[in-house]
Design a protein around this ligand. Structure first.
Ligand SMILES: Cc1cc2nc3c(=O)[nH]c(=O)nc-3n(C[C@H](O)[C@H](O)[C@H](O)COP(=O)(O)OP(=O)(O)OC[C@H]3O[C@@H](n4cnc5c(N)ncnc54)[C@H](O)[C@@H]3O)c2cc1C
Length: 414
């Protein structure tokens, strides 16, 4: 292609959002992506289980206002408008809990989130763990759900920053794969895969982007890599506003959230109506939950976040699978192992192009994130999930951030 006006670094949701905005305005651009596939943390795996499953984003959060729902409709994605929370089961003290116990556990989780919002909206820029009520018997479950939402431990996230998230409580699972949706949205965009960027220089009249396949000069760059990649040494930024931005972005690290997925030959009858299974393992170990989907190839997908996920990622993949399988055996009995026909696990923390789950604001950094979202860093701009407040840490927040930043850059280029 002819010289692009804008180079977009990264073909995840933010990079694709930025590309779509520039394409709409007729501005020449190129997306350079270090991996051999599009999507980043949006990745639908169709190979390992014989049925699609998402390693990363799966739920259209804030679905009633999520701009990607229109694209899901346009592109024929299959999604459910009922997340199935009512079909949840809880395993505690060696038995399936009663309906009253499930209700009490759900109420404790709700109370934890209500408290975070109340205290956060009061401006308490302190660790979420500092404002949490004692959930007593249900503390392990409440902590687990908070870890999933934060992508890390409640000790690491600011309550005030979390409360910037505008949750509408509409969460729709994309059955055909959220990653597949993001990839389909990228159709027709100029994307160069296997092209890791190693340097971005802001210089008079434009930018210079160094890649594994040569140098690209352009008028502007939009960098969409994760905050953990920014904090690492893979990309060198020239001194100036962009390098200062990168330094401040260290206040928004990505934690850990990993999945272990199983395909079964069939689901035992007593689990066919259950869509979510929370397990409190014996001996006080951290809670874990499985998303269950019945169908021609039934699946059970474990979710693990925060310190338990960091610990899990120290193990080889085969041992991670054994860990999650043993949790299933503890509830369903040893015969469930015979029903497992395929298994796979995610690898976000150890992936050098991602390096974690999604970002959170460290205690004390709530205002800094709002400031960084509004910051003008000249010809080198930044977008991504970390740079959305009301839709922080989500795929649609990343996409919208890409759209907003590209619109700003387009206006700048005149
Ligand atoms: C386990 C898990 C579950 C999740 N669940 C949900 C969910 O249900 N709903 C939801 O909305 N969100 C969810 N998320 C979050 C969502 O997936 C992310 O917020 C979003 O996809 C991030 O998009 P992004 O474009 O900001 O970053 P990324 O997807 O990380 O995109 C950045 C891209 O840059 C590339 N890159 C990195 N370094 C370089 C380099 N040097 N040169 C060139 N390219 C480079 C990467 O390969 C990547 O493709 C989940 C995430 C995880 C990990």
């Amino acid at each position: 292609m002819s010289t692009p006006d804008v180079v977009i670094v990264g073909a995840g949701a933010a990079g694709i959002g930025a590309g779509m905005a520039l394409q709409q305005r007729g501005i020449p651009f190129l997306i350079v992506e270090g991996a051999d596939r599009i999507g980043g943390r949006a990745f639908t795996d169709t190979a390992s289980l014989g049925t699609p499953w998402d390693h990363g984003c799966h739920w259209l959060h804030c679905a009633d206002v999520n701009p990607l729902v229109a694209h899901a409709q346009r592109l024929g994605s299959q999604y459910l408008t009922d997340p199935g929370w009512e079909a949840g089961a809880l395993w505690i003290d060696g038995a399936l809990a009663s309906k009253d116990e499930v209700a009490a556990s759900n109420a404790a989780v709700q109370q934890a989130f209500d408290t975070v919002y109340t205290e956060g909206e009061r401006g308490r820029d302190v660790a979420i763990s500092d404002v949490l009520p004692d959930a007593g018997r249900w503390a392990r479950g409440a902590r687990h759900v908070l870890q999933l939402m934060i992508g890390d431990d409640p000790e690491t996230d600011s309550a005030a920053a979390y409360a910037d998230y505008d949750d509408t409580d509409h969460d729709w699972p994309v059955v055909s794969g959220y990653g597949a949706l993001i990839a389909a949205m990228a159709d027709g965009l100029p994307i160069r895969l296997n092209t890791p960027v190693s340097g971005v220089t802001d210089r008079a009249g434009g930018v210079r982007v160094e890649t594994g396949a040569g140098t690209i000069d352009a008028k502007a760059a939009i960098v969409t890599v994760s905050t953990n990649v920014l904090a690492g040494s893979a990309i060198a930024f020239s001194p100036g506003p962009a390098a200062e931005f990168v330094e401040k972005a260290r206040q928004f690290p990505c934690g850990a959230f990993e999945k272990v997925a199983f395909a079964l030959s069939n689901l035992p009858a007593e689990f066919r109506e259950i869509r979510h299974l929370m397990i409190y393992p014996d001996g006080g170990a951290p809670a874990i939950d499985f998303k269950i989907a019945d169908g021609p190839i039934p699946t059970m997908i474990a979710h693990i976040a925060g310190t338990p996920a960091f610990d899990l990622m120290k193990l080889p993949a085969a041992d991670r699978i054994v860990f999650a399988r043993d949790r299933l055996i503890s509830v369903m009995g040893p015969d469930v192992a015979k029903l497992i026909v395929a298994a796979q696990c995610t690898n976000w923390v150890n992936n050098p192009l991602i390096g974690g789950s999604y970002s959170h604001a460290l205690p004390g950094a709530a205002q800094l994130r709002r400031d960084l979202i509004a910051a003008d860093t000249g010809n080198v701009a930044f977008a991504g999930e970390a740079l959305s407040a009301q839709w922080q840490a989500t795929a649609h927040g990343a996409w919208q951030s890409g759209q907003d930043v590209a619109t700003r850059i387009a206006a700048q280029l005149g």
